[in-house]
Design a protein. Structure first.
Length: 430
C-alpha cells in the first residue's frame, strides 16, 4: 500500500504493519484518506499538541470563562435551589453568540468551529453544568441536525431564530425507549399533505424553554426502526403540551420535562431530511453529542477540584495547611492527572470529528471515561474538604449531584462500552 506523503505521525514500518492485516484494510484506507485530506489543508498543525488552540479558539475560551464567572456564578446557587434557569442567563447566552456557535454568519450565527463549541461547553460547566447542557444540546444536537439535513427554507426559518432567541429540544426518549432508543412508539400517520403525530416523549432537556422540537416518530411502523423520521414541530402547534418539570437530583436549573403530542398535525414540509432516515440522524448526532457531554464532564470536574484545592490551601490542621500533607497532595495529583487524560480524550475526539475522520470509538471512550473521572473527582473533593464539603455552603456538593447524569444521558456507560467493543471488533475484521 502506498503511504500518503503527509502521514508523518507514525513510523513507516508501523503503517505498513497495520495495513498488512486484511481486516484492517478498509479501516486504514478510510482513516488514511481522511487524514491526508485534512493534512493537505492544515499542514501548519501537523505536529500540534491537542491543547494548542487557534487564536479564535483561545479568545472564545477566555471570553466564555470571564462571562461564566461574572454573570453565571453569582446566580448558580439560587437557580439550583429554585430549579429554574434565570431568563437573564438564557438571554446572555444568545447575546454572546453561544447558542449558535457553528451556525454560519449567513443565518446570524457565530460561524465558529466544532472545537470552539466544545471549549464553550467545558468552560460553562466549570461554573454551572446546568447552563452548559443547555448550550450543549442546542449546538451539538439541534443546530447540527438542521445545518446538516435542513432544506434552505428550514435553515432560513429556524437557524436564524436558533442563533438569536429560540431554544430547541431533541425529542427521542420514551417510557419504553431509553437505551433501546429505536423501540419508540410515537407515531406519524400520513394523511393527505400532512402527518399526524401522536405519542409522549420523556426526559426532554430544555423543554421548558424550547420554541421548537425535533421529534423522532415512526412514519412507517411496518419497516421497524427504518420508518423513524425526524419532524420539526413548533411549540405553538396545536396538540403540543409540555409537562411538569422533573424534580431532579442534579442539573436542577436545566429543565427536563415530558412532551406530549396529542394528534399534532404538521405539514410534509416539516420533515427534516428524508422520510425514514431519522434513526440514522439520531445515531450521528448522538455520536457527536457524546463529545459535548465529555466536555461537560471535564469542565465539571475541573471546576470542582479548583474549589477543593483552594480550600486545602486555606484550611489548617495540626499547625499547617492540609495541602502540605503529602498524602493529600498525592490524591490531588492523581485526580488531576486523570482529569487531564480525560480532557485529552475529549479534545482528540473533537479534533477527529472536525477533521472528518472516524471518531465514533473515540467519542464513546471520551464520554465514558470523562464521566467516570468526574464522578470520582467530585466524591474525592467532598472527602478532602471534610464536613464543610457535605454542606451547601460550598459548591462541591452541587458538582457531586450534577455529575451523576454524565453516566446516564446521551448513552449510558454500558452503552458506551458496547459501542467501544463493537468498534474494536470491526477493527479486527470480525
Amino acid at each position: 500500500m502506498a503511504l500518503p506523503m503527509n502521514f508523518g505521525f507514525f513510523p513507516r514500518k508501523v503503517v505498513h504493519l497495520l495495513a498488512s492485516f486484511p481486516g484492517q484494510r478498509f479501516v486504514q484506507h478510510s482513516r488514511l484518506a481522511a487524514f491526508q485530506r485534512f493534512m493537505s489543508h492544515h499542514a501548519q498543525y501537523r505536529h500540534a499538541p491537542l491543547q494548542m488552540l487557534t487564536d479564535e479558539e483561545r479568545m472564545m475560551k477566555e471570553s466564555v470563562s470571564r462571562f461564566a464567572k461574572e454573570q453565571i456564578q453569582p446566580r448558580v446557587k439560587e437557580m439550583d435551589e429554585k430549579s429554574h434557569m434565570d431568563k437573564s442567563i438564557v438571554d446572555a447566552l444568545f447575546t454572546n453568540g453561544l447558542m449558535g456557535i457553528e451556525i454560519p454568519d449567513l443565518y446570524g450565527g457565530t460561524n465558529a468551529s466544532f472545537f470552539s463549541s466544545i471549549l464553550v461547553i467545558e468552560e460553562l460547566a466549570k461554573v454551572d453544568p446546568s447552563v452548559s447542557v443547555m448550550c450543549d444540546v442546542q449546538n451539538t444536537l439541534i443546530n447540527s441536525l438542521l445545518q446538516k439535513y435542513g432544506s434552505e427554507e428550514q435553515k432560513q426559518t429556524y437557524l436564524t431564530r436558533l442563533a438569536a432567541d429560540m431554544v430547541g429540544s431533541f425529542c427521542l426518549s420514551e417510557a419504553d425507549a431509553g437505551s433501546d432508543a429505536f423501540a419508540l412508539k410515537t407515531s406519524a400517520v400520513h394523511q393527505g399533505d400532512h402527518f399526524v403525530l401522536k405519542g409522549t416523549k420523556l426526559w426532554i432537556t430544555n423543554a421548558e424553554h424550547a420554541g421548537v422540537f425535533l421529534v423522532m416518530a415512526n412514519a412507517k411502523p411496518t419497516d421497524g426502526y427504518k420508518g423513524i423520521t425526524c419532524f420539526i414541530v413548533d411549540r405553538e402547534t396545536e396538540g403540543v403540551n409540555v409537562g411538569k418539570k422533573e424534580n431532579k437530583l442534579g442539573l436542577r436549573a436545566s429543565s427536563t420535562c415530558p412532551v406530549h403530542f396529542d394528534n399534532v398535525k404538521v405539514p410534509e414540509s416539516s420533515i427534516l431530511g428524508q422520510l425514514g432516515h431519522g434513526y440514522r440522524y439520531a445515531i450521528e448526532m448522538l455520536n457527536e453529542g457524546r463529545i459535548g457531554i465529555g466536555a461537560q464532564m471535564i469542565g465539571l470536574a475541573q471546576g470542582c477540584i479548583d474549589h477543593a484545592i483552594a480550600y486545602t490551601q486555606e484550611r489548617k490542621q495540626f499547625g499547617r495547611k492540609i495541602w502540605q500533607f503529602q498524602a493529600l497532595q498525592h490524591q490531588i495529583a492523581n485526580t488531576a492527572t486523570q482529569i487531564e487524560a480525560a480532557r485529552l480524550m475529549v479534545y482528540n475526539a473533537a479534533r477527529l470529528k472536525e477533521a472528518e475522520m472516524p471518531f465514533i470509538k473515540e467519542a464513546a471512550m471520551a464520554k465514558y471515561y470523562s464521566s467516570e473521572v468526574a464522578a470520582m473527582t467530585t466524591s474525592k473533593c467532598i472527602e478532602w474538604m471534610g464536613g464543610v464539603g457535605f454542606t451547601k455552603d460550598y459548591p462541591v456538593e452541587k458538582y457531586y449531584r450534577d455529575v451523576k447524569i454524565g453516566s446516564i444521558y446521551e448513552g449510558t456507560s454500558n452503552i458506551q462500552l458496547n459501542t467501544i467493543a463493537r468498534c474494536i471488533e470491526q477493527e479486527l475484521g470480525h
